[in-house]
Write a protein of this length. Sequence first.
Length: 160
Amino acid sequence: IEGHNMSETMNWLLHDHRKYEAALDECELAAGVNDWKVAIRLFNDFVNDLKLHVRIEDEVLFPFLENEASIPESIVSDLSDEHDNLVRLLNDLAVIIRNKDSDHFEESLVPLKKVMIEHNAHEEAVFRKMANSPLLEKRDEILARMSAVNTGKSQRNWGF
C-alpha cells in the first residue's frame, strides 16, 4: 500500500515534466528541417503550457513545501532560481525562433534542455520526499489551488 501511495503522490505532483521535454524535441525536429511555421507554433504551445506549470509551482507548490511540508527555504529558493534560469534560456530561444535563426538554434536549445532536465529531476527528488507527508493529506486542497491558478496575472515576468 505504501508503494501505491508513493506512485499516486508522484503522479499528481509531477504534472507533465516528460511532456515538456518531448515538446522541445518536437520543436527541435521542425526547426531542424527549417519548418519555422510549425516550430513557432510548437514553441508557443510549449511556452504557454510551461508558463502555467511554472506558475502552479511558484504560487502553490513551492509555498506549500516551505510552509507546510517543512522543506528548507534554501531548497525551495534553489528551485525558484532554476525557474529564473529557465525563463532566461527560453527568452534566448524565443529570439532565435522569432528570427528563424537555424545557425544558432541548436546552441540555444542544448543548454535549455540540459537545465530543464536537471531541474525536473531536482524537483522530482524534492517531491519524492513528500510521498508520505502532509502533502498527501491535503491533496484535494492543493489540487483545487492548482486548478485555480489559471485565473489572474502571473507574478513572474517572462519578457515574451
